[in-house]
Design a protein around this ligand. Structure first.
Ligand SMILES: [Fe+2]
Ligand SMILES: [Fe+2]
Length: 431
């Protein structure tokens, strides 16, 4: 029997999941498919709906013959029933005991396909099952094939790479739409959900109190922080939070669309893994390090912090990105990312002379900006200036320069066309 495994948080199940799972079934020639929701421990739920609700929505979809046709699809509670972390390898072992004659097929998203070796007991996973993924673009297919070849040579893994049209859907986005509608009459339109799931969400008022959850989460993170950070780092984090909230209030006052609680959470969480073992975290979350990440130990906590915060508190992509980008920045940073990046450098307890100068510049922007555009320009200039100073400092001290720092700097400097003041930063910091 060809037995397929399709796992996820399904928070909530949407068209992207449904389409991928049916493709998986057909293209891999499955006889049965198990849809397996992850277990999220109750204290880590954050933005994740209760297991009962996620399960009920899965049954609504996969119990519907008009969706699944005559395919044999079951919802498996194997991970929901297990205590502790849901490792794929543990699930695979359990299933091969339960179905001793089955050939196991594992579905992975194309982005996760590249990281398979770094999953917990990745080599074992690659030996145990046939891996299936969907290529959504032509150039993606080539890279997937390269990895498939590598897995075949090293572990004898068979990989199936099927084609699919790009369908960009994220549960985060859907939850955002629902939370927004909750402020009105609780009704929302969304063709990315089936009607039955949509009705279920409305009837049970799931995801509608997104902002309340955020407030609760802020309280919880504040409570937990002293357990993760020493006294000195804690006062830095609280000072970053104060600065970030100052910037958020200023920008909201100027008309920016910004969620203050998300800014607060990103600030509180930004250094959360600073004192943890980075290698262990990378292993635990299957983080693939770029060459630069591997060489830049002082900035690695930004990356691991984002994964840790997501796993521990169920934070959404906006907060995840702001934590991840707080150290070396990124091209095309979102406003929340920039706020955290700037606040990390400009917070009031920094004694380094250049930090103080940047703080003065920030306070000047706050008191002088006449419009939102003016404020945003000022903050871009400030962020570029901080990146420039960092590049200079690293060059002079012989520290390793992460490629991301240079890319973020270049991006910001050219982000307002041929702006003379921004362009001048090139001459000032890069010669
Ligand atoms: Fe940091
Ligand atoms: Fe920091």
């Amino acid at each position: 029997m060809n037995l397929g495994i399709f796992g996820g948080t399904f928070n909530p199940i949407h068209m992207g999941h449904i389409r991928a799972s049916l493709r998986f079934y057909d293209k891999a020639g499955l006889d049965r498919l198990l849809v397996i929701p992850d277990r999220i421990p109750p204290h880590k739920e954050g933005f994740v709906a209760r297991s009962e609700d996620r399960l009920a929505m899965l049954h609504l979809v996969y119990g519907d013959r008009s969706i699944v046709g005559d395919r044999s699809i079951e919802i498996s509670e194997v991970e929901l029933r297990r205590e502790g972390k849901s490792y794929t390898v543990v699930t695979l072992r359990e299933l091969s005991r339960q179905y001793p004659d089955a050939r196991l097929f594992l579905y992975t998203g194309s982005d996760m396909f590249y990281t398979l070796e770094s999953w917990r007991e990745g080599a074992e996973i690659l030996r145990m099952c046939t891996v299936f993924t969907l290529a959504r673009e032509e150039n993606e297919r080539e890279r997937l094939l390269e990895y498939a070849e590598l897995y075949r040579e090293k572990y004898g893994t068979e990989c199936i790479i099927a084609e699919d049209e790009p369908l960009v859907v994220s549960s985060t986005e859907i939850r955002g739409i629902i939370a927004e509608s909750g402020k009105k009459n609780g009704n929302f339109t969304n063709n990315l959900l089936t009607d039955t799931v949509k009705e279920y969400i409305m009837k049970n008022r799931l995801y509608t109190d997104g902002e309340n959850n955020l407030g609760e989460l802020v309280g919880r993170v504040k409570c937990d922080l002293p357990g993760y950070l020493g006294e000195k780092r804690l006062s830095h984090v609280l000072a970053v939070t104060e600065t970030a909230e100052l910037l958020a209030d200023f920008l909201i006052g100027k008309g920016a669309e910004l969620c203050r609680e998300r800014v607060t959470l990103a600030a509180l969480l930004h250094d959360i893994t600073k004192y943890m073992n980075q290698t262990e975290l990378c292993d635990e979350y299957g983080i693939m390090l770029s060459e630069d990440d591997a060489l830049s130990l002082p900035t690695l906590h930004a990356l691991t912090g984002a994964y840790f915060a997501r796993s521990r508190y169920g934070i959404d992509d906006e907060i995840f990105d702001a934590v991840k980008n707080h150290s070396v920045g990124a091209e095309n940073m979102a406003l929340t990312d920039k706020i955290i990046f700037i606040s990390d450098y400009c917070e009031a307890t920094r004694t380094y002379e250049e930090c103080k100068k940047s703080r003065e510049m920030m306070l000047r922007i706050i008191s002088e900006a006449k419009s939102l555009d003016g404020a945003l320009y000022g903050l871009d200039y400030l962020a570029a200036d901080i990146l420039g100073k960092t590049l200079c400092h690293l060059r002079e001290s012989g520290g390793f320069i992460h490629g991301g720092t240079m890319r973020s700097f270049r991006y910001l400097v050219s982000s307002h066309g041929e702006d003379a003041e921004l362009s001048a930063l090139y001459g000032k910091y890069i010669k």
